[in-house]
Design a protein. Structure first.
Lengths: 168, 234
């Protein structure tokens, strides 16, 4: 029987306008697993390109935090990694720091039994949450989507990265 | 008093001081807010005072959520970041001359913190929003749950020990501070009392209102000396 693994995960969302709120846009998922003295983190999701209507009024850091959120969160994570203990998920502390327009939804723990990689789990959860692949497959592995759907996809850059491994 | 419901359309800053805040949405207007069920009279009074002396603090008013009265801090701009998140997002913008200029324009907050004795002064409580045009930032202070902590004498104001980004040399402007201190010193009791009285007695007993009002009156004329001694005024 496979050993039960605990993975802490949290979705990242974007609320374009805090004054006139709309349904938040899901940007990605963060996942963390503690293996011995090592914290492993994965970010999977998508970053909007500049031509999304919601971004047209934004400039400077208010735009960067959306269009480059994965990289910014990576830096933020590294800032927090120095302060975590070996048995505490860093994702919770990170979640408290990320609020306002781009924010981390309250983390939850998932128990899994297989030996799949953390990236595989995060990618699957992300795909399931969106109903579309987080990472584009190579050409020819699936049918081309309709033009409208293609146009929509072209507004996003898919990301999937193992962002930090911290030994504490 | 507006009615609010819990929402997941955004997430507020992690509440400090055990205030257990949560995100809310006005059921009539759809406006978003940060509800604070504990220590909320401080938040409301601080916001009213900030309006009175013209320092940037987001509007916080009493509201109702789940049949309870609480403070709701209304969201201040369409987009905003607290200063540490802004620095992580773009260190270049955080240290730009435009940002320093915007911080200097907001540094009257330091006199305000001294006046109302804000205790929890950290950079996470300095919010930045985009101004009218690129390169213009709006800066405001949030979280006053720890304010107004003086005894019946009103205590003695001190130089605020933070927020670090606002007390930095590059963020202070003597003339802005001077103006803010003058506005605070010039506030009349007749203007202060109604603001404090606007909090229902069931939420803030009269004895507490008297203590707060007395402190504000005693302290308002002592701030200038504190800032002068520190060399923060011309």
């Amino acid at each position: 029987m496979a050993k039960v693994r605990k993975i802490r995960r949290a979705f990242v969302e974007y609320q374009p306008n805090l004054r006139k709120p709309v349904t938040p846009v899901r940007l990605g998922i963060l996942a963390e697993e503690i293996t011995g003295a090592e914290h492993v983190f994965v970010i999977v999701g998508r970053e909007p390109k500049g031509d999304l209507p919601e971004l047209q009024e934004l400039w400077g850091p208010f735009r960067t935090v959306v269009t480059e959120w994965a990289g910014v969160m990576n830096r933020s994570l590294r800032e927090h990694v120095t302060n975590i203990s070996s048995d505490t998920f860093a994702l919770d502390a990170l979640s408290e720091r990320w609020h306002s327009n781009v924010y981390i939804v309250t983390p939850e723990t998932k128990e899994v039994g297989s030996s799949n990689s953390l990236m595989a789990y995060a990618t699957r959860w992300w795909q399931h949450s969106l109903g579309e692949p987080a990472v584009r497959r190579s050409r020819g592995t699936r049918a081309r989507p309709a033009k409208k759907s293609r146009d929509r996809q072209n507004l996003w850059i898919s990301i999937a990265s193992s962002v930090a491994e911290a030994r504490v | 008093m507006q009615t609010w419901i819990r929402t997941t359309k955004w997430k507020p800053a992690s509440p400090g001081g055990g205030s257990q805040g949560f995100s809310v949405e006005c059921s009539e207007t759809g406006t978003l807010g940060h509800a604070k069920p504990n220590q909320f009279h401080q938040e409301v009074i601080a916001s009213l005072l900030a309006d009175l002396v013209q320092v940037p603090v987001p509007e916080t008013r009493l509201g109702k959520c789940e049949d309870k009265v609480l403070a709701v801090s209304k969201l201040w701009g369409g987009s905003s970041l607290d200063f540490p998140l802004l620095r992580t997002t773009s260190p270049t913008d955080a240290s730009s001359k435009e940002m320093s200029e915007s911080l200097r324009k907001a540094c009257g907050l330091l006199a305000f913190h001294s006046w109302i004795n804000t205790g929890d002064l950290k950079d996470e409580h300095v919010m930045v929003a985009p101004g009218d045009q690129p390169g213009i930032y709006l800066v405001a202070s949030i979280d006053f749950a720890s304010a107004f902590t003086w005894d019946a004498t009103g205590g003695v104001p001190v130089l605020p020990p933070g927020p670090p980004i606002l007390i930095a040399d590059a963020s202070r402007d003597a003339s802005v501070l001077d103006s803010a201190i003058s506005r605070i010193a010039g506030v009349a009791e007749a203007n202060l009392a109604p603001l404090i009285q606007s909090v229902p007695e069931v939420l803030l007993p009269d004895s507490e209102k008297k203590r707060i009002l007395n402190g504000l009156l005693v302290r308002k004329t002592l701030i200038r000396q504190v800032f002068q001694t520190a060399g923060w005024l011309r």
